[in-house]
Design a protein around this ligand. Sequence first.
Ligand SMILES: [Zn+2]
Length: 321
Amino acid sequence: MMTWYCRLLLGMTLCSSVLAHPPTSLPENGELVARKISEHIYVVHGPQAFPNPQTAGFMNNPGFILTRDGVVVVDPGSSVQIGRRLLQSIRKITGKPVVAVFNTHVHGDHWLGNQAIRESYPQARIYAHQRMLEQVEAGTGEEWIALFSRLTAGATDGTRVIGPDIGLQGGEVIPIGELSFRIHHTGKAHSDNDIMIELPADSALFTGDIVTNKRIQSARPGDSDIFGQIHAVEFALKTNSRWYLPGHGQSGGREIAERQLQFLQSLLNAVQRYYDQGMSDYEMVEPIKKELSAYSDWYNFDELGRVIAHVFLRVEEKSFE
Ligand SMILES: [Zn+2]
């Protein structure tokens, strides 16, 4: 338990990041403002922040899709409180019930809000990758709840684990109302249980954290794989979608995924080159920060060293394969 917990804390770089970045406050009335993206899709863009008391732990981009039969929610946020506030913004737009939820992966900021959906709509189906179901079954949800409670000074308390109940593998096409939802899974990438959700009717792709916008992602050793993530972002681009809806940061067009790909490739190339020159991971941090200074305005850039250490491990493993 303790080992897992410490690894989680270290992996997420939460403690140092909370100190390194001033918290972003939500609007005082607590309203989550949904932006209409396309004919059927709305997204609430969460703050670029790690969990803290001011944001009550809100940090991801919950999305929702209006269908003839009801509402489909993607990633209802990090707590029961955020999930309830999301439902308030949905109800301003439609009186239809929530009929389905997709969880893009097991990281708690994306799915602990499931509880709010279930308490209002007990019939709603909750979909996720099969491995996420297994990990929730094994207890990972309780770890995330404890972490969020601590980092938000109790703002998320009352949140309980409501995991997904329908496991996916990738490749499914799920009809809901008049719309089809295509599920993609390309192997281990940001995690080993990522799904991307494509809505061809709107030419839109929910990428989960495979693509984030102007954000250096936290390294979670053992959880993510830069080679797999590059593959997944290339796949995302091949869907030729008009809209890319990232797990964090603003939504937009394919330039978001292109920028993510360029960053990952530049990072991997730099680590590989310095590795081949015999440098250790900590020796290469400063030169790589200089080399990637074009990304210095990305959220969490200060923590690039931790990401480099993780990529270094993968490059080293790869050299023995
Ligand atoms: Zn994540």
